[in-house]
Every structure is written in structure tokens, then in C-alpha cells.
Design a protein around this ligand. Structure first.
Ligand code: AMP
Length: 192
């Protein structure tokens, strides 16, 4: 399997680049945010509880996310690989992912950071908020909170993968097509 973590702060373009990767490589995309939003849209009690967290930009408990990711992995063991988008978001989740992939004799192939500076992120998220329908894309204070949570809890994941020699980085600035040229270059290095 070729397993990718596409990583970066909110608004870095992880979802957009994942779509390009899916179109060009035979991999399955898992966006934990998308799965959570689908649960919210279902109107279930669980969805109501999830909305209370994600609408403010706070994390959903690890246990819930891990159950979701594990079910997805086990359901799709026969694919060419996974693109994890929005996961892992904490070092705990990263460690857990390693051991869960090991259970099916797999490992992460590449951790790819999309690098975008903070002012650009805020602009992009507010723009997305005009059509995404996401409560967490609309309010500047909530966007600030999401970026703050990224710095406090999620950024340390980078060090974890540097130590594992899996860390790669590309600039996430420019048109989606331009960024994908850089993304593909990094992926091709590991395909050989
Ligand atoms: P995203 O679509 O990746 O921006 O995720 C939207 C929201 O879903 C986040 O702000 C969190 O509230 C929640 N979420 C998504 N992935 C995770 C995760 N791996 N751990 C905890 N919460 C998550």
C-alpha cells in the first residue's frame, strides 16, 4: 500500500490536493472532517453533539475519531492505499495510526505538509465560508481558534514524523494545479 497523510493548518488545501491525488493515483481518501459533517447532517443525537464541538473549532474526542478511522481501514483493506486528511491531529492519534496500520502489516509511506502562511489561511477560510455552509468557516474568532488549536495540538505531529523519517514538505501557495505539481513530485520520489 501507498499510505499518505496530507497535513497542514486549516485552509492549507488538504481536501483540494486529496482530490487531485485520488484522480491521479489509485488511493482512497478519508477526510475525518467530512465524515463528521455527514454525521451532523444526518441529524442524529451523535451529530448534534459533534456539531457543538466542530462549530466552535474544537476537537472531537480521540476515541470517536479512532473508531471511525479503524472501521474505514478495515472496510477497505484491499485498496492501493489511503490518503488521511485531517487525521492525525495529535501526536497520540499519530502513534495510534502507526499501530493500527501495523495490525494489517502496513505502514505510513509519506507525511506531506502543505505550507501556507497564516494571513493567507484566514483569507482562504473566510472565502470558503461564503459557499461551504460550514459554521466554522464564517466567524473570524472561530477561525483564530482553529489555527490556535493547530499550533498547540497538531503542529507537534510534525516532529513525530520527522523522527520517523517520513516528513516531506511542499509550498501550498499558488493555484491548486501548481501546488499539485509539487505534491506529485514528492509522491513520485517514493514510488520509485
Ligand atoms: P476539517 O474538515 O479537517 O477542517 O475538520 C473539521 C473539524 O472536525 C475540526 O475542526 C474538528 O472539530 C473535527 N475533526 C476533524 N478531524 C479531527 C481529528 N482527527 N481529531 C479531532 N477532531 C477532528
Amino acid at each position: 500500500m501507498f499510505n499518505i497523510v496530507i497535513f497542514g493548518p486549516p485552509g492549507a488545501g488538504k481536501g483540494t490536493q486529496s482530490k487531485f491525488i485520488v484522480e491521479n493515483y489509485n488511493l482512497l481518501h478519508l477526510s475525518t472532517g467530512d465524515v463528521l459533517r455527514t454525521e451532523v447532517e444526518s441529524g442524529s443525537q451523535l451529530g448534534i453533539e459533534i456539531a457543538q464541538l466542530i462549530d466552535k473549532g474544537n476537537f472531537v474526542p480521540d476515541e470517536m475519531i479512532q473508531r471511525m478511522v479503524k472501521a474505514f481501514i478495515l472496510r477497505n483493506k484491499d485498496v492501493g492505499g489511503f490518503i488521511f486528511d485531517g487525521f492525525p491531529r495529535t501526536t497520540e492519534q499519530a502513534k495510534w495510526l502507526g499501530s493500527t496500520l501495523a495490525e494489517i502489516d502496513e505502514e505510513l509511506t509519506i507525511f506531506l505538509l502543505l505550507d501556507v502562511e497564516e494571513e493567507e489561511l484566514k483569507k482562504r477560510i473566510l472565502k470558503r465560508g461564503e459557499y461551504s455552509g460550514r459554521e466554522d468557516d464564517k466567524d473570524p474568532a472561530i477561525i483564530e481558534n482553529r489555527i490556535g488549536v493547530y499550533h498547540d495540538k497538531t503542529k507537534p505531529v510534525i516532529d513525530y514524523y520527522i523522527a520517523q523519517n517520513k516528513f516531506h514538505e511542499v509550498s501550498g501557495v499558488g493555484s491548486p494545479e501548481t501546488v499539485f505539481v509539487n505534491v506529485a513530485q514528492e509522491l513520485e520520489k517514493l514510488k520509485k
